[in-house]
Design a protein around this ligand. Structure first.
Ligand SMILES: Nc1nc2c(c(=O)[nH]1)N[C@H]1C(S)=C(S)[C@@H](COP(=O)(O)OP(=O)(O)OC[C@H]3O[C@@H](n4cnc5c(=O)[nH]c(N)nc54)[C@H](O)[C@@H]3O)O[C@H]1N2
Ligand SMILES: Nc1nc2c(c(=O)[nH]1)N[C@H]1C(S)=C(S)[C@@H](COP(=O)(O)OP(=O)(O)OC[C@H]3O[C@@H](n4cnc5c(=O)[nH]c(N)nc54)[C@H](O)[C@@H]3O)O[C@H]1N2
Ligand code: SF4
Ligand SMILES: [Mo]
Length: 743
């Protein structure tokens, strides 16, 4: 007897609604949910393999605790006892900064990851915080923080309505989009073209996305900030600036004009390898389109001028009047967003409030660069104690971060390490305690993060599709118990963590004059919350306090958990709409077009006009049937074109005497790897490409299929010292490498 259940797909940022087929407790099939208010039936090969990902026999079923040097099966009680005993003495003796917390990408794909890590960090009070953001989108957070006063105010291109999309360093036909949650991104690009719109793609590779474009420019890697600066210059020079309704919300436009004065199309053309006329046309087309959006991702962030490029993306949207207007780039409004407060001057955004111990890197958004994790563990300084304890939650930095070999050794030398991870992999193999979450079918789901980045305002919630298997613990409970064990409250009931958050949040809300619950009794409000678990009660609370919420009875038509549960395919909240000035949290209450840290970084960009890498540079790539470092263990998603090969242009290959399939050494500042050559003219001359997330050949892991075709770790080519200085983001693209063709 089979049945079906709904589940939002957690495997990429598109958040498609799936209909799972379930036999007993096993997921045997997955198709797109046609009634889903957002994804309307779309599914990709990863979503279709949900059952295989979910049922992977290599997933750990219970906790592991190291005894006599070996990881052995243990009870949950033993595991949390070991966590408390491993963390507390170090904190008590040396202070909280000796505990490094490492949060990986899947935290934005689970409810647990949204709800508990903030409590862990606040409870521990450690400044040793590292996340996947600094190998990803930290430059965008920093530019948003500086421009808008809020690091999480990220404008999203209005894919469904725009007339012109300038897409930079992103390949949504493989990735399904990022910082732009859009089920069926490929279909939306096709629809844009079908309604007469235009698509321009800037990417050193002729990707599947680029093949769809009206115009593809194979820019020299790392040069996007220069190109965007020259487009900005052109808008000023040709009098194409038209800020329209944004004008009263802007500050610093004259200073901006002065700041880009040197970045003429002629001056940057060589560095970009894009001719000056083309750069001018890009600017003119952007200005002339009825509506347009500039959208940039990984290829624009993980480069030496990541923050400047991210800033210029929004500058162009602003100067052409496209920010905050339908068809342009808008600020989504999620149902769990905080109660909108009245517009006006606010606290602004600060950078560098503290620094890393070893290399003195400034913090950004409360985080230190994850590239510095290894040195913060393995290097003693007079400033303070090195990190002695590491907590990883859904992170595999040994593969995803520069110089994994060094980190591998550093983790080995820790006093204690705990990993919340379903697999024993390159990173978790170092842990003293591994706490495995259940597979996604057994977990509830709501997209706290991605709804704030979605191309349409909507919300969905799915309860576990399959009951928790005996011996399993929900990830929300694992993290709540981890919070308790790490903060000296080991043994308390995990619901204490939720009660604490609920008490604090409601306590604040009743004091806020603009809150719908102003002046009410927080305890009484807490008693009104519904839900079968702590996390559900917290979701209910956020919805009811949020911008569409029922305000605990003030707006009877408003949202709450009960209403959401009554709509299993989700609730549509309409297209993105103009919101300015409300989202602005700058000190001036305006969009600050030329923030000081940006102005201070511009000389470095000016210098880059004259710089040219002599040899080959490396860029990455993603494959539709892959996901960072953890999906190579599913046979249905490996093989075929999803391989760890070095893409190289035919002319570069010929020049070096390379033939297809040949093994070639690749050398970078951090080390060397050997990979098979794949000759293809989809990559431009002077550029080679290797995907990341491979290198599954370390001992002590338990990912049997992945180990059969391990690939190599591209991040071993990096030494971790190349960073975008403002954000601390690792430079993963536009990295100089050398090919070793002789034995
Ligand atoms: N060279 C290069 N390096 C890159 C990139 C690149 O483009 N090029 N991309 C970077 C980017 S954008 C990112 S986001 C990072 C990602 O790097 P990480 O943040 O390290 O993420 P993953 O590699 O996806 O590893 C995720 C870990 O979470 C575990 N996991 C899976 N599901 C769950 C779950 O439900 N709960 C828990 N607790 N754990 C789970 C997996 O087993 C795995 O150990 O990599 C970065 N590294
Ligand atoms: N199938 C699949 N989907 C994924 C993931 C995955 O691993 N696999 N990972 C998820 C994650 S964590 C993220 S962050 C997103 C990322 O989503 P995307 O940003 O769309 O990621 P990529 O497909 O790596 O596309 C980046 C593109 O930038 C190009 N590029 C490299 N350097 C430069 C440069 O200097 N300038 C320009 N203009 N382009 C450059 C590369 O050639 C590549 O085509 O994808 C998510 N979705
Ligand atoms: S596009 Fe992303 S969210 Fe949608 S089915 Fe594929 S992996 Fe899942
Ligand atoms: Mo990412």
């Amino acid at each position: 007897m089979s049945r079906t259940a709904l589940r939002i797909c957690p495997l990429c940022e598109a958040t498609c609604g799936l209909t799972l087929t379930i036999e007993g407790t096993r997921v045997t099939g997955a198709r797109g949910d046609r009634d889903d208010v957002f994804s309307q039936g779309f599914i990709c090969p990863k979503g279709a393999s949900f059952g295989a990902v979910d049922g992977d026999p290599d997933r750990l079923r219970g906790p592991l605790v190291r005894k006599d040097g070996e990881l052995r099966e243990a009870t949950w009680e033993e595991a949390f006892d070991a966590v408390a005993a491993g963390i507390r003495p170090a904190v008590e003796r040396y202070g909280p900064n000796v505990v490094g917390v490492v949060l990986g990408n899947p935290n934005v794909h689970t409810m647990a990851g949204a709800l508990y890590p903030p409590v862990l960090l606040a409870g521990l009070g450690t400044r040793s915080v590292f996340t996947a953001s600094t190998v990803d989108q930290m430059p965008k957070h920093v530019s948003s923080g500086l421009l808008f006063g809020d690091a999480n105010a990220i404008p999203v291109p209005d894919l469904d309505h725009t007339d012109h999309l300038l897409l930079i360093g992103a390949n949504p036909l493989e990735s399904n989009g990022s910082l732009c949650t859009a089920p069926d991104f490929p279909g939306k690009l096709k629809a844009l073209k079908a309604r007469g719109g235009t698509l321009t793609v800037i990417d050193p590779r002729r990707t599947r996305t680029a093949k769809l474009a009206d115009r593809h420019l194979a820019i020299r890697p790392g040069a996007d900030a220069l190109l965007l600066a020259a487009m900005t210059y052109t808008l000023f020079e040709e009098d194409l600036v038209d800020t329209g309704e944004l004008t009263p919300h802007l500050q610093g436009i004259d200073e901006l004009r002065d700041a880009v004065r040197d970045f003429t199309p002629e001056a940057v053309a060589d560095a970009c390898d894009v001719d000056a006329d083309t750069i001018r046309s890009l600017a003119r087309e952007l200005a002339a389109a009825p509506t347009a959006a500039v959208y940039a991702r990984i290829g624009s962030c993980t480069v030496p001028h990541g923050t400047l490029a991210s800033w210029l993306v929004d500058v162009l949207n602003i100067l052409t009047g496209n920010l905050d207007r339908p068809g342009g780039a808008l600020f989504p409004q999620a149902a769990t967003d905080r109660t909108p407060r009245p517009a006006g001057p606010s606290h602004g955004f600060a950078l560098g409030r503290w620094h890393s111990r070893v290399s003195r890197y400034p913090e950004a958004k409360g985080e230190l660069p994850i590239s510095a994790l290894a040195e913060e563990i393995d290097t003693a300084t007079e400033e303070g104690e090195p990190i002695r304890v590491v907590v990883t939650v859904a992170a595999n930095p040994v593969l995803s971060v520069p110089d994994g070999d060094r980190l591998d050794k550093a983790l080995d030398g820790l006093d204690f390490m705990v990993s919340v991870d379903p697999y024993l992999n390159e990173t978790s193999r170092h842990a003293d305690v591994v706490l495995p979450p259940p597979p996604p079918s057994q977990s509830p789901h709501h997209d706290f993060a991605f709804n704030t980045l979605a191309v349409r305002n909507q919300l969905r919630y799915t309860r576990p599709a399959v009951p928790l298997e005996p011996g399993r613990m929900a990830e929300t409970e694992i993290l709540a118990r981890l919070v308790l064990a790490a903060t000296g409250m080991h043994g308390a009931d995990p619901s204490a963590v939720d009660d604490l958050v609920i008490g604090q949040t409601l306590g604040k809300a009743v004091k806020e004059p603009y809150s719908p619950v102003h002046g009410r009794d927080a305890k009484e409000l807490a008693g009104l919350l519904t839900g079968v678990s702590g996390p559900e009660r917290r979701l209910d609370m956020m919805l009811r306090l949020g911008p569409y919420g029922d305000g605990f009875g003030v707006r009877p038509d408003g949202l709450g958990l009960e209403k959401l549960l009554a709509h299993p395919h989700g609730i549509d909240l309409g297209p993105l709409a103009s919101r300015l000035p409300q989202p602005l949290k700058t000190r001036s209450g305006k969009v600050e077009l030329l923030p000081q840290p940006i102005a201070d970084d511009l000389p470095r960009l000016r210098q880059a006009m004259a710089e040219r890498a002599e040899g080959l540079v490396l860029v990455g790539r993603r494959h539709l049937r892959s996901n960072n470092s953890w999906m190579h263990n599913v046979p249905a998603l490996t093989g075929g074109t999803n391989r760890c090969t070095l893409h190289i242009h035919p002319e570069d290959a010929a020049g070096l005497g390379l033939v297809d399939g040949q093994q070639v050494g690749v050398k970078g500042a951090g080390g060397a790897v050997t990979a098979p050559v794949e000759i293809t003219d989809t990559v431009r001359r002077g550029v080679v490409s290797l995907p990341h997330g491979w290198g599954h050949d370390r001992p002590g892991t338990r990912m049997n299929h992945a180990a059969q075709d391990p690939g190599v770790n591209v991040n071993q080519l990096l030494d971790g010292r190349l960073l975008d200085p403002l954000s601390g983001n690792a430079v993963l693209n536009a990295v100089p490498v050398e090919l070793i063709t002789k034995p």
